[in-house]
Write a protein that binds this ligand. Structure first.
Ligand SMILES: Cc1cc2nc3c(=O)[nH]c(=O)nc-3n(C[C@H](O)[C@H](O)[C@H](O)COP(=O)(O)OP(=O)(O)OC[C@H]3O[C@@H](n4cnc5c(N)ncnc54)[C@H](O)[C@@H]3O)c2cc1C
Length: 420
């Protein structure tokens, strides 16, 4: 049962920045992540392999620090008692003790159901990106990238680099919202150059604004998607081998909830509530990055740094970063406004469209219920292996339900882990 003064959960930008800021004070820092390599979502494949110099600088500093331990392939499941976390690796289980805890568990994609969304070949947008970064072959495959948000551009650029033919990027947000968002980028020049870079890499790829996928079709596997163009009735069929479709991101709040931390509702997101110092409602437990609200890598980095500084008692230094954090929070708010899901997306599922994929529960079975809890009890919706991580985001948009409890362990665990 090892002890760390500060234990960081998540080795994405927020977790790495937190660990780096904390380790400077000399305390013993542990970084836990369920992936084999550090980097989180954006730096998947390892921070030392990234073009972003911030990734390499953080990783090199952490690797050289004698007081930092990285625990890869280690998933946190629950807290057996205050100050302890039960974790599982592919071959063993352990209990980690900590003085202070920093949660940097990131976000996941919001997937919305439509007829055909369970066909092989339909994936999340970031999901297909992650697969391709892991070596999944897409050379010569025709891919439609759809949903909402700047992530679609990053995904399309990655897939194109891997040899895929991007048929189109289908963005549900309308032209006025996109124009307002683009104007707002003036306040964050680094995002403008990032956007221009992506635009150059995606030259020639059709970008269909104000459009969304109505249905996916194929005989056993995906062959085409039907796209609604604009507010009128114009429909277009796009032939493709893959549809990579995601409607923005949702903070991973389950571990924080399991530890008793309060959550808050900010716009359409349920986030971990944190104060100026990134401290949650539970003293000694901090949260940084996408868990406190989706805002991109720059916000994750600055929040992580503030959390790491505060958890290690370097409060004055943390203060110096508040202005930078405010700036990126404004960017995050404009992101949420511009790419909020349009109401039509809640009307696409037919009665026979599966909403809970783990337990095979259809829209027809769910729409007669009034709350998440009631639907769970009557239909087993959200009670399969993903524990509502996929259908929870969908039922929020379709029926306005929010999961009100979290079950332990927060993800599937081996029986020997639990018995021990
Ligand atoms: C699928 C996906 C793809 C993305 N691709 C891009 C992109 O190409 N470009 C871009 O600009 N932004 C991308 N983003 C957004 C990007 O994630 C954020 O901008 C930024 O990386 C957030 O950093 P973070 O440290 O808060 O979280 P993350 O980078 O998500 O890191 C969180 C880490 O915590 C780990 N974790 C979570 N729970 C546990 C647990 N219980 N036990 C152990 N480890 C745990 C996760 O595995 C993950 O490694 C993507 C997001 C997603 C969801």
């Amino acid at each position: 049962m090892s002890y760390h003064d500060i234990l960081v959960i998540g080795a994405g930008p927020a977790g790495l920045a937190a660990a780096h800021a904390a380790c400077v004070s000399g305390v013993k820092v542990g970084i836990v992540d369920d992936n084999p390599l550090a980097g989180g979502q954006i730096w998947r494949g390892g921070p030392d392999q990234q073009a972003d110099p911030r990734a390499r600088a953080l990783w090199n500093a952490l690797r050289e620090a004698p007081n930092v331990t990285f625990l890869p392939q280690t998933r946190v499941l629950y807290s057996p008692e205050p100050g302890q976390l039960r974790v599982q690796t592919p071959t063993a289980a352990d209990t980690l003790r900590f003085g202070h805890l920093i949660l940097a568990t990131g976000a996941r994609e919001r997937l919305l159901p439509f007829p055909g969304w369970t066909l092989p070949g339909v994936t999340g947008a970031g999901g297909l990106q992650a697969l391709s970064k892991g070596g999944y072959p897409l050379q010569g495959k025709r891919v439609v990238v759809a949903g909402s948000g700047p992530l679609l551009l990053a995904v399309a650029a990655t897939l194109k680099l891997k040899g895929a033919h991007i048929v189109a990027i289908v963005e549900q947000a309308g032209t006025p919202a996109l124009a307002r968002f683009a104007l707002g980028l003036m306040a964050t020049p680094s995002k403008i150059s990032q956007a221009l870079g992506l635009a150059a890499r995606l030259r020639g790829v059709p970008y269909l604004r104000d459009s969304y996928v109505r249905s996916a079709h194929g005989d056993g596997t995906l062959q085409s998607v039907l796209v609604q163009r604009g507010k009128g009735r114009e429909l277009e069929t796009l032939q493709c081998d893959y549809l990579a479709c995601g409607y923005g991101l949702m903070p991973n709040v389950e571990l924080a909830q399991a530890l008793g931390c309060d959550t808050a509702t900010v716009g359409a997101q349920t986030v971990v509530a944190a104060d100026h110092w990134q401290q949650t409602s539970v003293p000694g437990i901090y949260c940084a990055g996408e868990g406190t609200g989706v805002g991109g890598v720059d916000l994750a980095l600055v929040e992580g740094r503030i959390a790491g500084l505060c958890a290690s008692g370097q409060i004055l230094q943390a203060h110096a970063d508040f202005g930078r954090r405010d700036r990126w929070r404004k960017f995050a708010a404009s992101l949420a406004r511009a790419f909020a899901p349009r109401p039509e997306l809640a009307t696409l599922a037919g009665d026979d469209t599966i909403v809970c994929r783990c337990e095979d529960v259809s829209h027809g079975e769910l729409r007669t219920h009034t709350t998440w809890r009631c639907a769970k009890l009557q239909t087993r919706c959200g009670m399969g292996p993903c524990q509502g991580r996929i259908c929870g985001g969908a039922t929020e948009v379709l029926y306005g339900w929010r999961p009100d409890t979290v079950r332990l362990p927060i993800s599937p665990a081996r029986i020997d882990t639990l018995i021990a």
